[in-house]
Design a protein around this ligand. Structure first.
Ligand code: AMP
Length: 304
């Protein structure tokens, strides 16, 4: 594996891989790798000949009062992970490389960015789409891998990629959870043991909501209330939002009839965490997709 820091170098490496007939797989990240990131690297490795992972803590997607300075970082540990996963290039540009002075262009995806995390984090998705558009332009034609942990982000990136005719195939990958259900996140590093324990109520509430839908509940307000009432049992956890939205448009729904995303964000200790379940309505019974649990010997299906 090689680590590259300039746009010119990584672009040349991807061009050379394609010229040799290889398919490029790309995994954009902000580092502090866990099993969620590793699952994306494995998917990229399995489906492509040449894998690039970018590690860039993108300042423009953090609000002025958010955790940019405190965001967990472990450059040496991250390099060891990418090496172990057989990644070909780790791209670690500095802020000056990605945002030279004079830049005046922002990529904005309308509508999809207004609800859910977009409502709580003004400007966040403009930061995400701008940096991902730049990364797609740098890497060139590729398959790019994103986790369904960030379900709204995945929808926004898919829309942007289609709208701008970017030569990238966006691949969504399963949400990876700890054995007790907590969604893996770099921000889990902020949790002390008590907060870490309390945080499991979030996935627990989503499991309960999923079970209610499988049992026949279709009313979005009642579904939302199940989550609010469940989370109320953990006083250390403060919900930021819980929304029941159409999985394709992210518009709120009253009744669950088509594929539905149930998404939440919550403050737990020093962390703001997100989690979600997508409930598919293609067959006779609704199919909740809660992701997969980590296991020491690889992955296993979530059994809830
Ligand atoms: P981040 O480094 O947090 O910006 O995340 C980089 C990529 O990893 C994004 O596509 C995330 O959706 C994905 N990711 C983060 N956590 C998980 C998780 N628990 N399961 C699956 N993918 C994840």
């Amino acid at each position: 594996m090689i680590t590259l820091t300039t746009i010119a170098e990584v672009r040349a490496a991807c061009d050379a891989a394609r010229a040799a007939g290889g398919r490029v797989g790309f995994v954009p990240t902000m580092g502090f790798f866990h099993e969620g990131h590793r699952s994306l690297m494995r998917a990229a490795k399995a489906g492509n000949d040449f894998v690039v992972v970018s590690l860039f803590v993108n300042p423009t997607q953090f609000g002025p009062t958010e955790d940019l300075a405190a965001y967990p970082r472990d450059p040496a540990g991250d390099a060891a992970v990418t090496e172990a996963e057989g990644v070909d290039v780790l791209f670690t540009p500095g802020v000056d490389e990605m945002y030279p002075s004079g830049a005046r262009t922002t990529v904005h995806v309308d509508g999809l960015t207004e609800r859910l995390c977009g409502a709580s984090r003004p400007g966040h998705f403009d930061g995400v789409t701008t940096v991902v558009a730049k990364l797609f332009s740098i890497i060139g034609p590729c398959r790019a891998y994103f986790g369904r942990k960030d379900a709204q982000q995945l929808s926004v990136i898919r829309r942007m990629t289609a709208d701008l005719d970017l030569p990238v195939e966006v691949v969504g990958c399963a949400l990876v959870r700890e054995q007790d259900g907590l969604a893996l996140s770099s921000r889990n590093a902020y949790l002390d043991p008590e907060a870490r324990q309390a945080a499991t109520i979030l996935s627990g509430a989503l499991y309960m909501a999923s079970e209610a839908v499988v049992a026949g509940l279709r009313d979005a307000t009642a579904l939302r209330q199940i989550i609010v009432d469940t989370v109320a049992h953990a006083p250390q956890v403060r919900l930021d939002y819980v929304e029941v939205v159409d999985a394709a448009t992210l518009d709120p729904v009253d009744q669950l009839t088509t594929d539905t995303l149930v998404a939440l964000a919550a403050f737990v200790g020093k962390a703001r965490l997100i989690d979600n379940v997508t409930i598919a309505f293609s067959g006779d019974t609704p199919q909740p997709d809660l992701g997969v649990l980590t296991a020491s010997s690889g992955m296993q299906e979530a059994d809830h």
